[in-house]
Design a protein around this ligand. Sequence first.
Ligand code: NAG
Ligand code: NAG
Length: 229
Amino acid sequence: MMRRLLRPRVLCVSLLICSILLSYFPALISAAVVTLDSIEIFRTHEWLPSKPRVYFQCKGENATVLPDVKEKHVFYAFKGEESWQPLTELQDTKCKRCGLYEEDTFKSDDVFDEWELCASDFTESDGKYVHFKDRELNATFLCPDCVQLGSGANHSSKSNNGSNGMHWALIVIICASVSFVVVAGSVTAYKYWQKRKRQQEQARFLKLFEEGDDDIEDELGIGPLSHTV
Ligand SMILES: *[C@@H]1O[C@H](CO)[C@@H](O)[C@H](O)[C@H]1NC(C)=O
Ligand SMILES: *[C@@H]1O[C@H](CO)[C@@H](O)[C@H](O)[C@H]1NC(C)=O
């Protein structure tokens, strides 16, 4: 009876724990920040000799203005901790359409270059990726976490599935372990409880039996053995 009641509850608890893990884990393991390591622009798009206002932007995200980049043919290096960093975050192996632009007051903004920024581009062990476009720019991006994210993608054409599969396998293993621990713990606790109850019942029964013995003796008027002799 008790066993039947217990099992669905254990199952519910396991499911609850799993769903909590599932909702948190993808965010924990797959967000990788991308910072700008260095940049050099080879031209500006202005007719007038004014200072350019260069910014980086991924589609659907806010623009990040690079406040220091004002001169062409100057190499700008960054620490990655500047107030405007990081540039963006990459989730999993999904690429983002990003670009470097120059703000324009009177017409639509000029484009240095626009391309697909992917975790799998960060192939070097230090997580660097150089993006070069002739007569426009040479920029290096840093994303140490991307190397791990993108590595699955480099080796096979089923790039997305490779890395996703890894994550899912990890989640399933963790879920299974947690469920196992919960179930094993519950079963042990239940067995212990059952044993305790049995012992208690046994003790109570013995006590009852002893008392009952006395009562019978009293009723029959037979005292302890010494009286009768
Ligand atoms: C974009 O900018 C707006 C206004 O500055 C801010 O409220 C919002 O959180 C920003 N979004 C992201 C994704 O940073
Ligand atoms: C672009 O910049 C990187 C980092 O400074 C440098 O190693 C690379 O040689 C440059 N590439 C070109 C084509 O200038």
